[in-house]
Design a protein around this ligand. Structure first.
Ligand code: CO8
Length: 257
């Protein structure tokens, strides 16, 4: 399957998606949304694929939602079409997605990275929510996810001033899991994704679901949710195989059942 605005390749059990609108620094327009959703639905449905990596170019992961597409829109258009609500579907992808960010991740680009399960950053990465400079605001979840990731003080300052955060600050603030040299970014992300793709598939989905639940619920409810999913994994063949393999000092062989 080929797409207009993204490149998709499979590297073993890893789906590598590269945003490919270099002329617009990978700005996210309606076509990117359509292409990305189609790619993620295919990824989720393909049993040979265990983890995805989304990356951009050396200069930009994505420089935001496409300003030229939004420029002429009024409230009625935005509201009638529930503009960009389609990105909610992206967050319902059940297998893990790693954002591999080099260069600018601004506005919708920062928000897309935060919709992924974690962010691996190149030392060149720059994160920001500069929408206020356009007299608007984040619209793809940035005010919520950034605040949860880095706390109110930094999120508020970034949203109100448009200030960018470099990779080192993003790592200190907990926005990214790790910073790697730019030249190694995609290789390191694919390596990490390969590790995840090698785990028992049901356990991967359960771990993703329970960590995400930490954002949506109270501590007590989240702990209960985790415990129930943990119990449920004891109904899988792979749990039995995983623990038997440990005792027999060998690698587990997963069936995804
Ligand atoms: N949209 C459309 N085109 C863009 C965007 C964008 N977000 N960013 C860059 N481009 C285009 C430029 O217009 C330029 O095109 P052209 O060559 O035709 O003039 C090309 O990409 C290269 O960009 P620059 O020449 O500006 O490159 P520089 O290296 O000088 O600057 C920057 C790089 C600093 C990244 C600069 O391009 C910039 O500031 N871009 C805009 C960043 C921004 O404001 N992002 C937020 C956008 S708003 C948003 O994301 C809202 C999200 C929520 C929406 C949800 C709605 C419900």
């Amino acid at each position: 399957m080929t797409y207009e605005t993204i490149l998709v390749e499979q590297r073993g059990g890893v789906t590598l998606v590269t945003l490919n609108r270099p002329q617009a620094l990978n700005a996210l327009n309606s076509q990117v949304l359509a292409d990305m959703l189609a790619a993620m639905v295919a990824f989720d449905a393909d049993p040979s694929q265990g983890c995805a990596v989304i990356t951009g170019s050396e200069k930009a992961f994505a420089a935001g939602a496409d300003i030229k597409e939004m420029q002429a829109q009024g409230f009625a258009d935005m509201y009638a079409h529930d503009f960009f609500a389609g990105w909610d579907r992206f967050t319902r992808t059940r297998k893990p997605i790693i954002a591999a960010v080099a260069g600018y991740a601004l506005g919708g680009g920062c928000e897309l990275a935060m919709m992924c399960d974690f962010i691996l950053a190149a030392d060149t990465a720059k994160f920001g929510q500069p929408e206020i400079k356009l007299a608007v605001s984040p619209g793809m979840g940035g005010s919520q996810r950034l605040t949860r990731a880095v706390g109110k003080a930094k999120a508020m300052e970034m949203c109100l001033t448009g200030r960018m955060m470099d990779a080192a600050e993003a790592e200190r603030a907990g926005l990214v899991s790790r910073v790697v040299p730019a030249a190694d970014l995609v290789e390191e992300a694919v390596k990490t994704a390969t590790t995840i793709a090698g785990m028992a598939p049901l356990a991967v989905k359960a771990n993703k679901e329970m960590v995400n639940a930490a954002f949506d619920t109270t501590l007590a409810m989240g702990v209960q949710f985790e415990r129930r999913l943990f119990h449920a994994l004891f109904g899988t063949d792979d749990q039995s195989e995983g623990m038997t393999a440990f005792v027999e000092k060998r690698q587990g062989v997963w069936t995804g059942k």
